[in-house]
Structure formats: structure tokens, C-alpha cells
Design a protein around this ligand. Sequence first.
Ligand SMILES: Cc1ncc(COP(=O)(O)O)c(C=O)c1O
Length: 357
Amino acid sequence: MKMPANIKKIAPYKPGKPIEELEREMGLKGIIKMASNENPLGPSPKALDAIMKFKKNIFRYPDGNGYELVQALGKQLKVPPGRIALGNGSNELIELLTRAFLLPGDEAVMADFTFSLYRNMVEIAHATVVAVPLKGFRHDLNAMAAKITDQTRMVFICNPNNPTGTLLPRHEIKEFLSAIPADIIVVLDHAYEEFVTDSTYTSLIEEVDRHENLIILRTFSKLYGLAGLRIGYGIGSEGMIETLNRVRQPFNTSLLSQKAAIAALGDQTHIKASRASNIAGKAYLYQCFDELKITYVPTEANFIFFEFDRAKELFDWMLKEGIIIRHIGENYLRVTIGKPRENQAFKKKLKQFIHKK
Ligand SMILES: Cc1ncc(COP(=O)(O)O)c(C=O)c1O
């Protein structure tokens, strides 16, 4: 198939196979997925109730503006509704941002080791990626600021960063925002913010009042356990949100995703349980890595990035043994923090692999 050059160089996203299909293919039961940073506890029961309640209404188009969800978010975040945009997952918002703001030849600055979708979306928009190496597995904001040129139109900061799980202190981001030209769009991707345990961290939402060029992205896919429904949101200036609303499809978020998100947002029991499970799982996996003398990067998210000299071999073997993790490249892997049973199975297999040779 003949393709434009910018599309040709994009590797299609390789999603993990559905567990059911893998189980059939491999003749295994009970495959454990620790690859996509989903909530191992599943969705909020309140979200499931909302889906059951509203399923009879799916013959109608959803409210294209997601009025009720935007109101609920605005109330909880203390942000006027006009500053919130909904997306079909925060992925869609990344796409809308690149579609709305990038022109061919523009530059977008991002870390070299970060969420891969930024690069793809920038390239689809015929813009150029300027990748800046991480420093100590963290974004190097000074080096990123130094890469800004007259062509720079967008900067992506993933905080905590996927795949390394590192968090930038708030003052570094504030300084960065003040230092760069005000017409450069700064995308602060906070997909994992709800998992942060660093006691010095507080949300940067009020920065949106100070910087018209800032958008903060969040999602219901991670802590809230609604990845399969596809719903996320962005908080930005009214001008930013209005621009995104121009380029989105009229019904970009579904009825059931809106209803489930409202219910999940109010389900404090599920939110608390999910955070507690992540904290306990994190401690268990740290201990496992320490015991096995494996170097890992302390995480502020729901996954752990670790180093292993036979990374690809470990990944393939784990898969054969029914545990799906993520091979990040070179000697690096990422494992999503699971439920106790899943973390224990991961540890057992890791030990077996190490002692096998
Ligand atoms: C950093 C980051 N941003 C955004 C997303 C996309 O989330 P959503 O499911 O809301 O599209 C992910 C998903 O893995 C992610 O890791």
C-alpha cells in the first residue's frame, strides 16, 4: 500500500493479545496480565451499576458535551466546566492537541524514553520530534528548555513518567512553565497522578489559571479501572478547551463511559482500596527485587521499571509461563503492580528464571 512518508515510518501499536485468545493459543489457563498498567482490582462496582442502569439508553446518541461528567469533574477539581475537555481516553486528547496545534515542520519536544503515543501523533501531524534524553530516569527539564527553538510548538511532560515511574517536583515544572515562551503548548500528562505517594506532591491544576498554554491530561483508565471504556479528560484554559472542541468528533465519548466515569469518580471506597493495593504491591515487589538483587527505579505510579541483562529472554519466558510483562528495549522491562496473587506469581517465576541457568 502506498503511504505518505510520515505514516510509513510509524510502527503500528502492538497491543497485547486478549488474554482469552492467548489462553486458547497456549493451552494455558489463568494468564496474568501485568503489562498495561490497568487497575488489578477491576472497575468500581458503582461504575458497573451505572452501566447496568443506563445500558437501555444506548440506542440514543450520548450527550456530545458530556455535561453531567464535566460538571462532576468541575465540582471535584474546583475548575469551571469550560476548562474541561473530555476525550475517548486521554489518548484522544493527545491526538486532538497535535491536530489542533501542530503544522508541518513544527517541532515537539519530549523525553526520549516516554509514552510512545506522543511521537506517533506528532509524526502523523507532519511535525518533528525533538527527543531529549532522560537524566537519572527523569525528565531533564533544563535540557528540554534548551532544545526550544522558533519552530517549537509543543512540549510533552509525562509525570509520573511512563515507563520509568519517576516524578518531577512541582517547583521544576513551575519554573519550566515560567521560562518558556507562552505560545508553546505544554502537555502535562498526569495519567498516573492518582497513584503518587510522595507527600510533597500537590496537583498543578491551579497553574492552568496562570498559563493559557498549559493542558493537564488525566484518565479514568488507570486508578478508576475503566480502560476498556475509553474516557479521559484535559484541564486547560478556556481558549485551549474551545480549540479542542473544534477539532473533536461531536460524540467522542460514549454514554456508558460518561455514566461509569461519574460513578467511579464518587466511589471513594474503590479509590482508597485501589491506592492501598498499589502501595502494598509496590512494597512487595521492591522487596522481591531487593532480594533478587535486581535494579529497579522507585515508582510513583502503578508499575515498576527494572533492569535485567537478559530482558527479552525473560519477557519471552514469562509469556510462555503465563505472565505478561512489558519489554521496554535494551535491558529494561516494566511490570504493572498487581494483586497479591499476581505479584507472588511474578516473583516465583522471576526466581525460577534466575535459578534456571
Ligand atoms: C502516560 C500515559 N498517558 C496516557 C495514556 C492513555 O490513557 P487512556 O487510556 O486514557 O487513553 C497512557 C496509557 O497507558 C499512559 O501511559
